[in-house]
Structures are given as C-alpha cells and as structure tokens.
Design a protein around this ligand. Sequence first.
Ligand code: NAI
Length: 271
Amino acid sequence: MPHNLLKGKKGIIFGALNDSSLAWKIAEKCYAEGAQLVLTNAPIALRMGEINKLSEYCGNAPIIPADVTSMDDLKNLFTKSMEHFGSQVDFVLHAVGMSMNIRKHNHYSELDYELQHKTYDISAMSLHRVCQTAYQLDAIAEWGSIVALSYIAAQRVFPDYNEMADAKALLESIARSFGYHYGIKNKVRINTVSQSPTRTTAGNGVKGFEGFISYAEQMSPLGNASAEECADYCVTLFSDYTRLVTMQNLFHDGGFSFTGISHAVIDQMEK
Ligand code: NAI
C-alpha cells in the first residue's frame, strides 16, 4: 500500500528495458509513492518500444534517450529533465549494466580488453558520468539521492559473474568517492544497493544463473529479495527518511551476505 513517501519528488530512472527489469518495478513504485518521473535508456533499447507502456503507467512520463557512455546524451537528459520538471531533480536511479565479454562467452582468463573497457564504461564509469554531469549542471536538489544497483560479486568470488565483478567493485567505489564530494557540495547522497540475484534480461545473461538463484535462496535466512522488494527499498532511499545515509553499499539480499552456511545447504551436502 503506497504511503506517499515520494510526494512532490522528481526523479530520473535509468535502465527500464522490459517489465522484468529492476528499474521497471522501481519506476512503478516511485510513481505509486507520488513521484514524477523521467524515463531513460540507450537509444537502441528504446527502439523496442516496451518502455512506452511504463511511461503510460507513470502518468505519461517523458522518455529521453541517453547512452550512458555519452556525455552529450547525459547533458541533454539532465537539461531536458529540469525543463520538464521546472526545477532540479530529487533522485536518480542508475540500473544499468552490460558485460561485453559475457555476451561473447569469453572466460575470465581470456578477456578481450577492448570489450572489458566497454563493460567498465557502461556498467561502472557511467555512474561517475551521471554524477559529474548532474554536479556540473547543478541538476540535483539539496538532500537529493542517487542509487545504483550492485551485486555481491564485488566482494566475493562468483566465477561466472566474470568481469562484471570488477565493474561492480568500481561502481561501489565511485558511489563512495563521489558521495563525499556531492555531500559537501549540496547534501546529495549516493549509495549502491547490492541486490539478490533476480530474473531479468541482464541476470539471465550470466552462466549458471538458475543455480545462482537457488543457491542464494537456500543461503538467505529471509530468502532472496524480489524485484518488487528491491523497489520498496529504493523508494525508502529516495525518501526523506534516509537523508543521512550516504557512501554505502547496502545489501538487500535476505541476509545472504552475512551467512556462512545454512542448514538448507548442509542438508544438501549430506545427501
Ligand atoms: P536489465 O537488462 O533489465 O537492465 C539493464 C539495463 O541497462 C537495460 O535497460 C539496458 O538497456 C541498460 N543499458 C545497457 N547499456 C546501456 C547504455 N550504454 N546506456 C544506457 N543504458 C544501457 O537487467 P537488470 O537485472 O534489471 O539490471 C539492472 C541493474 O541491476 C544492473 O546494474 C545489474 O547489474 C543490477 N543487478 C542485477 C541483478 C540481477 O540478478 N538481475 C542483481 C544485482 C544487481
């Protein structure tokens, strides 16, 4: 049940590709909680047209194309969003990821470095680009909030997560480093949410993903966090109830990150 937690707030949502995207669910919840939204994705992703349905649901939210590796696109996005809202932006969701080497089925010990560059640019440096663009345009209001989505492979080895593990480590580091500067400048907070494995287009690209999901489910005292629950958590991080939380990587994973072993897994091993 909505609580109007984002009443009067204006946000930009990156990364809603289809209705299984984490960003899609987060946009729906933000709208239900009273926010006004601008939706964005890479031009090629927008061509699929699915995002129009989300826009309609969210009160005909404008859709502004932006490739996160293009500074011109990002400047245009923030400028047009402020024109649309008639004010600065209160929150930004960065839900963007792509591994070029995983797509090519390149093993971690045989990475193509050009592709790796692209992976880092799209999946991690893009957070710096988003923050720097907003910072320079003074596009985010005081006490604004930026959230990017991460995964625990930034801290622990999940071999098939491949180069994305390193991209996520960089993403989390950028949230910390930029969180310092943006906090000082304008009381803007920046955090990453480290989400349980979730069935989405990006998630399904990871080899052995179903195994990942069921292992995590058995290792989490509360079970895996769903996309809807991720959306609820992000709403709180965009709301005024978390204004002093910044530069954190916040695990939203049902307790997976701090569980060494579970009885469910012990039972499996003893079979
Ligand atoms: P998704 O495939 O629905 O979303 C990924 C989005 O990134 C897509 O909308 C895609 O168009 C966008 N994107 C790719 N290249 C882009 C570019 N150059 N410019 C702009 N946008 C671009 O998948 P999902 O899972 O919702 O991914 C969202 C975020 O959540 C990603 O950062 C992912 O790593 C993260 N995450 C996902 C988990 C999962 O198990 N699905 C778990 C933890 C984190």
